[in-house]
Design a protein around this ligand. Structure first.
Ligand code: ATP
Length: 250
């Protein structure tokens, strides 16, 4: 269970807060899509959850553990159970696919092993199994920079699977992919959600995709939640609230 209470983020020098007191509870196994205009605060919200962005005020609790206020070492341990995927994949382009996937285990793997590329055989087996699961085991020894965007996002998902996550956060995970590849990636995330019970919270730009895949839509406008409910409830009136014409970031 993820519980966010009174979350405020004010970036230094900004005229107004990016998040203005968000309250949100997400139950295990939910598939949440966060919608909103550019600048509405979607990335800030997603990144505050695992403290890639430091909240200014409020509390975030994950399965009873406070994320806000944790010491960096404890934070690392909690973060291990929360996978994150990004629009630009955040891989190491010059390294091969397998090594990139193994890096997902950095939470528990000694740094020297990673730097030297000395990995226990069991870990290599696990990474290969993760690549198999995302359908690209045959690319294990290719350099990441040689792969297409869709293949790179699959590597990123395999890397996240190495964390055995209970929740995956996605900061516009399909925004840089063509529509067919975007659906293939979302199909896979949906399968993980349904078969492994992994909670999903994804920022999406595409309303049709959000309605097709999510079980719950959270609409943000100007740092506030203006809609929180099922995809069927996202009517034209609701869309007008989520995407106001006078919002910043035009
Ligand atoms: N590092 C930062 N420093 C200062 N202001 C920031 C920073 N990151 C975001 N902001 C501001 O916070 C507000 C929310 O930004 P955020 O990136 O969370 O929005 P978003 O909804 O994810 O937008 P987009 O869809 O364009 O990514 C915006 O006004 C943005 O300019």
């Amino acid at each position: 269970m993820l519980e966010i209470r009174g979350l405020v983020k004010r970036y230094p020098g900004a005229a107004e807060p990016a998040l203005k007191g968000i309250d949100l509870t997400v139950a295990p196994g939910e598939f949440v899509a966060v919608l909103g205009r550019s600048g509405a605060g979607k990335s800030t919200l997603i990144r505050c959850i695992n403290r890639l962005v430091e909240p200014t005020a409020g509390t975030i609790t994950w399965n009873g553990q406070p994320i806000t206020g944790l010491h960096p070492r404890e934070l690392l341990r909690v973060r291990c159970g929360i996978g994150m995927i990004f629009q630009n994949f955040n891989l190491i382009p010059r390294l091969d696919v397998l090594t990139n996937v193994i890096v997902g285990r950095m939470c528990t793997l000694a740094l020297w092993r990673s730097l030297l590329g000395v990995f226990p055989p069991k870990l290599i087996e696990e990474a290969m199994a993760a690549l198999e699961r995302v359908g690209i085991a045959h690319l294990a020894h290719r350099r990441v920079e040689e792969l297409s965007g869709g293949q790179q996002q699959r590597v990123a998902i395999a890397r996240v699977l190495m964390q055995k996550p209970k929740m995956i956060l996605g900061d516009e995970p399909v925004s840089s992919l063509d529509p067919v590849t975007a659906r293939a990636i979302l199909d896979f995330l949906k399968e993980l959600n349904e078969t492994a019970g992994i909670t999903m919270i994804l920022n999406l730009h595409d309303v049709a995709l959000a309605k097709a895949y999510a079980t719950r839509i959270v609409g943000l406008a100007r740092g506030m939640i203006v809609y929180d409910g099922p995809p069927e409830g996202v009517t034209d009136d609701v869309l007008a609230e989520i995407y106001p014409l006078d919002a910043v970031g035009v």
